[in-house]
Design a protein around this ligand. Structure first.
Ligand code: SF4
Length: 183
């Protein structure tokens, strides 16, 4: 078994969380859940991390930070969206400055919903992430690995589709596809 599977290191970034989900991430490290006993270490260095835990919704400014952290992580790597804000923008989705969940900025492998996300859901997402890490590692060994494509750039201007303000990334892509079919 690879050392990656045995002891994944993770990096946590608070995009614009209300801190509810961040407290639950920290709870995973406390004696109650104690994920360090499985070798899961919270590191501050993206180059040391296998798993990227993101909490909070994404806006123009933090999308660039998210992308920088993501790009500094070495492959294979896994991104976990922790909490409904990181999954989709959550209750902040319709705010003027919110672009959506973290998948508008970087590719996401596992979605762990909840408001706040429960520690059990975070641990479950990390376990799912381990399987994905292993698949990516094997693909790299076999020479068949393809890095996940970057999401289309989203900005406040991008949200204007056919005169409508569209803040939902999936809906925006659907409308753009429909528009291109008509043209
Ligand atoms: S999902 Fe809920 S608890 Fe987590 S950051 Fe958003 S509002 Fe806060």
């Amino acid at each position: 078994m690879s050392s990656t599977i045995k002891s994944p290191w993770l990096i946590h970034y608070d995009a614009s969380s209300c801190n509810g989900c961040d407290i639950e991430v920290l709870a995973c490290l406390t004696p109650m859940y104690d994920v360090e006993r499985f070798g899961i270490i919270n590191t501050g260095n993206p180059k040391h991390a296998d798993i990227f835990l993101v909490t909070g919704s994404v806006n123009e400014r933090n999308s660039r930070v998210l992308q920088q952290i993501y790009e500094q992580m070495l492959e294979p790597k896994v991104v976990i969206a922790c909490g409904v804000c990181a999954c989709s923008g959550g209750i902040f989705k319709e705010c003027y400055n919110t672009l959506g969940g973290c998948d508008v900025a970087i590719p996401v492998d596992v979605y762990a919903p909840g408001c706040a996300v429960r520690p059990e859901a975070i641990i479950d997402a990390v376990v799912q992430g381990l399987g994905i890490l292993e698949e990516k590692r094997l693909a790299m060994q076999a020479g068949t690995f393809v890095a996940a494509p970057k999401p289309a750039k989203v900005s406040a201007a991008d949200k204007q589709v056919d005169g409508q303000t569209v803040r939902d990334n999936a809906l925006r892509q659907t409308l753009e596809k429909e528009n291109s079919n008509v043209a």
